[in-house]
Design a protein around this ligand. Sequence first.
Ligand SMILES: NC(=O)c1ccc[n+]([C@@H]2O[C@H](COP(=O)([O-])OP(=O)(O)OC[C@H]3O[C@@H](n4cnc5c(N)ncnc54)[C@H](O)[C@@H]3O)[C@@H](O)[C@H]2O)c1
Length: 270
Amino acid sequence: MQRVLVTGAAGGVGTRLRRLMKGLYPQIRWSDIRQPGDLAADEEFVQADLSDMRAVETMVAGMQGIVHLGGYSIEGPWETILQANIVGTHNLFEAARKTGVERVVFASSNHTVGFYPRSRRIGTDVTLRPDSRYGVSKAFGEAVAALYAYKHGLRVTCLRIGNVAEAPADLRRMSIWLHPEDLVQLIRIGLEHPDLHYEVFYGASDNARTWWDNENAFRYGYKPKHRSEDHRDVALAAQKKLAADPIGDWYEGGPFCSDEFDGGIERAPY
Ligand SMILES: NC(=O)c1ccc[n+]([C@@H]2O[C@H](COP(=O)([O-])OP(=O)(O)OC[C@H]3O[C@@H](n4cnc5c(N)ncnc54)[C@H](O)[C@@H]3O)[C@@H](O)[C@H]2O)c1
């Protein structure tokens, strides 16, 4: 892997990766709709709106691998999600196919499966249960990723990311936390592993309270280095300050499940 494009360069994850991935590949091109405020003189940057196909083709040209982080990263109005995440992700895969990109790592989300109760342990092969329009857009991303892998031969990894941070912030995050260095390890598997065609991994560190069977990632050699239990006291103290949320506390997706929830608790899925 010589030439890698990373979208979403100005975001929270992109900003961390610009530090952690420096020098990892001979050429790394960073992209976003807005220029990162702290862009260094030696960083290649292409400004592009993902919903603009021409701009996306220019952004992708000449690249071998893509890490696709760009998009709207929380719940939002349908039109915003539609343009940034649905049109944008389709544009990205179509431009990748046209320009001969070999591999894509797609930043999916735990919100594709947010409506599984925390009492269940799930693998990557369960029926999706998105908890938001945002989660639906990531489900679309995983589907379009599979189409381009199986029909057009791209090698694609979908990372159902939990929560990227230096430490887990509360009880829910103790189960889904992903340290940025462990994220880099997963990205490298996606960009470099010789046997990989299409895979879905959970983007999670070594979390003793996990809800996910991440055997699929372990098969490819993923060995997370960071343990959420090492941050237990701070996370549990922070949890005590949060108000109870009967729907959000029951499901993996947390507040994304309780937000706009009017399904009736007696009909809530198990
Ligand atoms: N941060 C997490 O814990 C987490 C968890 C699960 C999934 N993810 C996914 O990982 C990715 C990165 O997350 P983040 O926390 O850095 O998000 P972020 O919102 O901080 O960054 C996303 C970036 O995408 C850019 N963007 C938005 N619309 C765009 C468009 N139309 N064209 C081009 N760029 C556009 C934004 O300018 C922003 O810099 C996102 O796709 C997010 O959904 C993140």
